[in-house]
Design a protein around this ligand. Sequence first.
Ligand code: NAP
Ligand code: HSE
Length: 338
Amino acid sequence: MTRVHDGPVRVGLLGFGTVGSALADLLAARPDLELGPVAVRDLDKPRRLADPQRHLTTDPQAVIDGADVVVEVMGGVDVATDAMLAALAQDRPVVTANKAALAERWEAFLPALHAGRIHFEAAVMAGTPAVLPVAGPLRGSAPTELHAILNGTCTFVLQRLEEGVGYDAAVREAQDLGYAEADPTLDVGGIDAAHKLAILARLAVDPDLGWDRVRAATRGIDALTPAVVQEAMEDGGKVQLVGSLVHEDGAWAARVRPVYLPAGHPLEGRAGAALLYRGVGGEVLLTGPGAGGTETAAAVLGDVLAAAAGRPGPAPLAAPAPAPRAARLDDLGEIDPA
Ligand code: NAP
Ligand code: HSE
């Protein structure tokens, strides 16, 4: 890691919204780290910062120049990708929570991923570890199928529909809670979950299962009616947006869609994010917070500590996981939106 100065490791932020501002709060309690420059779009917005003028800039390059570790929490694809690649070219380790940029520009990041110079735990299940487990200890348990609840906004909205709240009001509540993307249609349209599933797919089952294939197999919750959700509840189960990685017709395939989870299913009733990993080593369930400022910032901070200590980020998968010998256990069918 190239240090820009002696003393605490200086953490530069690209973005100071829900996640970036929560990360700054966590950094304030750490003597080994300090907040460096912070890039935002609008310098006039009120910020939770003691000395805004000392930190704020609109220039991502100023963040890269003035930071030991660059944290990208601005979101979006093109500007964020360019900024991260510029930071990597200047030998700065990069930490990101941005699944859209990783999923859609994976190939551009591959050299840095292979070198372990990008850390992205928060990009998949926010505060719940999923990236390091699938890219580390679970690599020994050849996968047979994966099913995951990956979008906190959808989980929250479906819960509120069950409770009789209208769809638009429920989405607004998710925005107020800091769960939703800057454009919430990415959440309810299934795109955010698809971004996360595409990353998991590359790490767990097939390095060539690209974004276009995942995107083409994605349906969101935006066409569901409250009646469908309430009917599932009356049957004792739940409607959830689930991303799955399964082996079919000789290859690994990805799918994101609303499904009916019967009572007792390992993913049923999960309030946050959840990953059900089935492999030759047995069944593993990872579950916990899937969205929110502090929850996500805590995972970002874990990555900052790893980067500052010189530990490598998760390594891409070298080759597709073998075809499973066991029959599939879960054949979660799509539910009829009407
Ligand atoms: P957010 O609240 O919308 O904040 C985005 C920040 O980036 C804002 O400070 C914005 O500046 C800044 N920004 C955007 N475009 C910029 C540009 N071109 N130049 C400079 N600054 C720019 O977003 P967030 O919820 O914190 O999410 C950040 C990232 O974390 C996203 O990739 C998101 O998918 C990911 N993530 C979020 C959560 C969550 O629960 N919120 C969980 C996991 C991952 P202004 O403040 O001036 O507008
Ligand atoms: N908008 C995302 C969600 C944030 O609702 O899950 C966490 O990645």
